[in-house]
Design a protein around this ligand. Sequence first.
Ligand SMILES: [Zn+2]
Length: 292
Amino acid sequence: MQLNLKKQKETQISYLKYIICILFAVFFSFCTFPCQISTGQADKIVASTSAQQLNINDENNTAFLDEMELKQLKQLQDRGPKALPPLSKSVLASKFIRHGSEDIKQVAITFDDGPYLLTEKYIEILKAYDIRATFFLIGVQVEKYPDDAKMIIDNGYEIGIHSYNHKKLTNMSIDSIETDLIKSLETIEKIARETDIRFFRPPFGSFNDSVIETAKKHNLTTVLWCVDPQDWQKDDSEQIARHVIEKANNGAIILLHEGRQGTLGALPRIIEGLWEKGFEIVSLSELLSTAE
Ligand SMILES: [Zn+2]
């Protein structure tokens, strides 16, 4: 009986020794090769850190990324917060703006009433000519065509608000005007939180002191226009383009509308015609940062 007990004890001790040896071996290998224990995780950490620090123009840094990853990285960098140029003092002090500086050969193209069915086509043309433009969006249209609104923002175009549902604000009480503007801002901010919205254009260009003051209260500058080809009621692209090119002058703010085949057709001719006359086509913020 005693012999049996002794044997059992010896067996237990030898098991214990065996377990200690295994634990020691595991501990030793962990200390020697810590990265190999969780290779997958380590790779992920290295990759994400590298992506944050990457300079897209540095070919050595981006060599290990495939085409899709490079594209995603570029999109993220393009979408990052870009500081808009500060508006000039005279612009900020004005009740409303119809044009920029008359001393500089710049103009701004603006599109009202979108997003709409042809937004993608408009953007294709703007991108093909590599020009900036500003879109004044209507709240209900943003809700109806969120992907198109996103497309405008993701492609880096400046946006302003053009009311929630395009009602004449001058017929409303000051409280209703404010509710409308807040609703418009909230609708757009839902899809583009970081986007800087600094411009407002009242529907039909009709405003009074209540409209202007409410916009100012929300840090919005009221922007009208000085070149209007009445494209919303014309299908003749040539006529629309001719009007814009003839009337354009230094600092001009050009009013066009989204969702119009005539306007879409006129766009290449407008851009080329403005360039032929020596105008630089810029965003509203650029145009109004120079206006004195
Ligand atoms: Zn409108």
